[in-house]
Ligand binder design. Structure first.
Ligand code: 4NP
Length: 147
């Protein structure tokens, strides 16, 4: 957790939480020459832009995520990304299950370890504010640990 590396942010749909996390981490990690991306455990929303509420809260904080397109995780991600940060325990379970027969050196962790960043999809805008704050604090914590 102390060396800079490529980061993949993962949630369920890749339209609410992980696109925000991608945008926040990308902006914060500019001085490191790393790749930052996001993906979903599920493929329901593949090809779609982030949820309007995520685009809005990102924009409010000076980050444009509107060009992102949702995609599903694939095994290649576990070669390319040194860190795979997931949002909740279900994501963690799914990702570990997905890679159970695959040899990977990726560090797979809850982004807000040991806490979850809960799915805001069925909630209101306030839920997205909470998600943004948790993502922001978590990303800062990760970067503070990097040399
Ligand atoms: P996300 O939120 O995992 O943060 O992108 C969700 C988006 C869509 C659904 C669930 C969670 N869905 O069930 O469609």
């Amino acid at each position: 957790m102390y060396e800079p590396g490529n980061v993949l942010m993962v949630c369920l749909g890749n339209i609410c939480r992980s696109p925000l996390a991608q945008g926040v981490f990308k902006k914060m990690s500019k001085k490191f020459n790393i790749e930052v991306d996001s993906a979903g455990v599920a493929n329901y929303h593949s090809g779609y832009p982030p949820d309007k509420r995520s685009i809005y809260i990102a924009k409010k904080n000076g980050i444009d995520i509107s060009m992102q397109k949702a995609r599903q995780i694939n095994l290649g991600d576990f070669k390319k990304f040194d860190y795979v940060f997931v949002m909740d325990k279900q994501n963690l379970h799914n990702v570990k299950d997905f890679t159970s027969n695959y040899k990977t050196n990726s560090i797979i962790r809850l982004l807000n370890d040991p806490y979850e960043i809960e799915d805001p999809y069925y909630g209101n805008e306030e839920g997205f504010e909470i998600v943004y704050d948790k993502i922001y604090q978590s990303c800062k914590r990760v970067l503070n640990n990097w040399k």
